[in-house]
Design a protein around this ligand. Structure first.
Ligand code: CP3
Length: 353
């Protein structure tokens, strides 16, 4: 198949639009992070993780590190999904080894009605500044992905006050007072829409919505509380036709047709999904991004290569695939393993893509 002119500067964006490419583009969720010694060095200089996110110079540096070290086809803004609730006044901090915590979780009607949509140009100015800086630093080497959490996923952290275990508070709200949960999600939908529009204005070339906890909902609740808010965000993007959107619901493999109805150009899929079956269901409407099991990076190199090739074969060649992990990079992966993975995907897909 003719590849047109595709290279590192546009292969990822072409694949999202299901246009032909010379080889399957690859980037990795959490490609900037603790497994890289150069990340750990900058993180130590910054102080805390939040200090790093809020420092555009250093956040730019760690965004670009992985695309300097590896032949990856996209950079992803270094930030966190929880900067939005932080900007809404919940007081985010990270407890070492335990993950995120909010000082002021949102539990009742009163707190939900008090919440205000933050102006990204003010409260999230550091993110907007980082996006502009990264675009200048990349200078066309590869595209930059901006992102946000989904309203449902942000709501789980805001109501639980931390990462979910049994989701008792947010599910309690869902079953006891669904209308007030709708109110919270409507506020977050507006906040995320404004935030993604600000990132696009500042230069983000693709946008990704991380719906990390969509998969803990029942099929029916998923549509109302997770899918519909994401569809409204996509509808509200001002540069809708220019900038492709990727929606990733972890654990959402059973709902791909419903996710394609959001209007996204691409769906992220975790490693429990068969790309062949996913493609049969929605491949005519969206591109697919995924889906190597992140733990495959612990395997010996020959096995890692074979696993990567199996993912490519599962998709089956042709347009519309972006290679990625099925979830984020783990912090103790050896950096050389990523070199092996990137080379394997690029070599094996040249004949297929
Ligand atoms: O992908 C990238 O390289 C871009 C940066 C990025 C981070 N977080 C950096 C980060 C992105 C896209 C995220 C998204 C994010 N953050 C999600 C959605 C994706 C997913 O993984 O499901 C979620 C749920 C969060 C919330 C969050 N932030 C958690 C649960 C943690 C882990 C806490 C821990 O100690 O492991 C974080 C912190 C975080 N975000 C780190 C990084 C590199 C580790 C911070 C450090 O340096 O200590």
């Amino acid at each position: 198949m003719s590849a047109g002119v595709s290279d590192r500067s546009n292969r990822f964006l072409r694949a999202l639009r299901r246009e032909p490419v010379d080889q399957t583009p690859i980037w990795l969720m959490r490609q900037a992070g603790r497994y890289l010694p150069e990340y750990r060095a900058v993180r130590a200089r910054a102080g805390s993780f939040m200090d790093l996110c809020q420092n555009p110079e250093l956040a730019c540096e760690v965004t670009v590190q992985p695309v300097r070290r590896y032949a990856l086809d996209a950079a992803i803004l270094f930030s966190d999904i929880l900067t939005v609730p932080d900007a809404m006044g919940l007081g985010l901090h990270f407890v070492d080894g335990e993950g995120p915590r909010f000082e002021r979780p949102i539990r009742d009607q009163h707190a939900i009605r008090q919440l205000r949509v933050p102006d990204p140009a003010v409260a999230l100015r550091y993110v907007v500044d980082t996006v502009g800086r990264v675009r200048r630093e990349l200078g066309g080497l590869c595209p930059l992905i901006g992102f946000s959490g989904s309203p449902w996923t942000l709501a789980t952290y805001m109501v639980e006050g931390q990462g979910g275990h049994d989701f008792r508070h947010v599910k309690g709200l869902l079953f006891n007072d669904p209308e007030i949960l709708d109110t919270l999600l409507a506020t977050l939908t507006q906040a995320v829409t404004d935030y993604l529009n600000a990132q696009a204005e500042a230069g983000a070339q693709a946008l990704m919505i991380f719906d990390t906890w969509g998969g803990v909902l029942s099929a029916r609740d998923f549509l109302r509380f997770s899918r519909d808010p994401m569809a409204r965000i996509i509808e509200g993007l001002s540069r809708r036709r220019e900038i492709p959107v990727i929606v990733f619901t972890k654990g959402g493999g059973a709902w791909l047709p419903a996710l394609a109805d959001t209007g996204a150009e691409a769906l992220g899929v975790d490693w429990t999904v068969s790309l062949r079956e996913a493609r049969a269901q929605v491949g005519g409407r969206v591109a697919l991004q995924g889906n190597l099991d992140p733990q495959a990076l612990y395997a010996p190199p020959a096995r890692l290569r074979a696993e990567a090739e199996a993912v490519l074969r599962d998709f089956g060649g042709g347009a519309g695939h972006v290679f990625n992990l099925g979830h984020g990079m783990l912090p103790d992966i050896a950096p050389e393993q990523v070199t092996t993975l990137v080379e394997a995907v690029q070599t094996a897909s040249r004949g297929l893509a």
